[in-house]
Design a protein around this ligand. Structure first.
Ligand SMILES: C[S@@+](CC[C@H](N)C(=O)[O-])C[C@H]1O[C@@H](n2cnc3c(N)ncnc32)[C@H](O)[C@@H]1O
Length: 301
């Protein structure tokens, strides 16, 4: 199966695998639960390429204003495609560089404040949420989409289904060491979604609600939809070796060499898995649900 080569950066804004994280009817239900049709003024924090901003904006009323911020200056600099997208939808859109810990807005500015997969990268998510609450109007809604990323390491696909028990345990421990290593490095908790209700409660947000995205993928041959092609493209192009060398090594090192044997074992297994994945896709023999545990947590100020 031929999977397209990566496109130029700006073209990656649309059709990326992150565009397929939710079912549209589930989003419609969440928009109703969060009462987004009454939100005139929304802030998306840690917006990146605005995948989440675009998703949420479709439910806002005519004339709504959307502000997006990210600590990384490049997203505001490279925003012409995004600006065009929002202009076409007649949404008043602005993107700025800003850290979630120091938002450049007055207290009580927004009807709704949101983020997706941002708190997993923050050393102290409580501080980030406190700042998000500060700029929220009284009665306004704070809603966050943040995952548990550990659960995925024990899900089967048609390749890992044949693994021995020891091998399955290795993958799980590997995920756990990476997650704890990232926390040790003060770079955030990849499964912060589990703890969001606690953090919302510590900030005395009201009417706290937790939902889970109902999205799972049906990856079966002949892999014809844009969605499945985007997911498989991401899986095949993901540079496992680079990832094992840099980020993973650093996370393992926080344990002072204690788990080095597992790291090396997984490094070998990852190479083998990647080559089996490539063959299985080419032979139209790969099956997966490729899902994640994504929490949607909301509360009111
Ligand atoms: C995984 S991306 C998520 C992007 C986007 N929310 C989405 O769902 O596609 C995480 C984003 O958070 C941003 N980020 C990380 N730490 C931040 C901080 N302290 N303040 C603001 N943005 C931050 C990163 O620059 C990155 O764009």
């Amino acid at each position: 199966m031929a999977i397209n080569k990566p496109k130029g950066h700006s073209e990656e804004y649309f059709g990326d695998f992150r565009d397929y994280w939710y079912n549209q009817d589930f989003l419609e239900l969440m928009a109703k639960r969060w009462e987004l049709s009454g939100v005139q003024n929304l802030l998306d924090v840690g917006c990146g390429q605005c995948h989440w901003t675009r998703i949420v904006s479709q439910f806002l009323p005519e004339g709504a204003k959307v502000t997006a911020v990210d600590a990384d200056a490049k997203w505001a600099k490279e925003s012409s495609k995004l600006q065009k997208f929002f202009d076409e939808k007649e949404i008043d859109f602005e993107i700025k560089q800003s850290d979630v810990l120091e938002l450049p807005f007055a207290d009580n500015s927004f009807d709704a404040v949101t983020c997706q997969t941002v708190l997993i990268h923050i050393e102290n998510p409580l501080d980030a949420l406190r700042e998000m609450k500060r700029v929220l109007k009284p009665g306004g809604i704070l809603f966050c989409a943040e995952p548990n990323n550990l659960v995925a390491s024990i899900l089967k696909d048609s390749i890992t289904a044949d693994f021995e028990i020891d091998e399955i345990i290795d993958w799980f421990i590997f995920g756990l060491i990476k997650e704890k290593g990232k926390i040790n490095l003060k770079q955030g908790d990849n499964s912060i979604g589990d703890l969001l209700p606690k953090l919302f409660s510590q900030l005395e947000l009201k009417d706290i609600k937790v939902h889970i995205s109902d999205k799972a993928n049906c990856i079966v041959p002949p892999y014809e939809t844009d969605e499945i092609r985007a997911i498989l493209k991401f899986r095949l192009e993901n540079d496992f070796e680079e990832f094992m060398k840099a980020e993973t090594k650093e996370q393992f090192e926080t344990f002072g060499g204690k788990y080095e044997e597992i790291r090396q074992r997984i490094e070998q297994k990852t190479k083998k898995y990647k080559s089996e994945l490539k063959d299985a896709i080419e032979n139209q023999n790969y099956y997966d649900v490729s899902t994640a545990l994504m929490y949607l947590v909301s509360g009111r100020k």
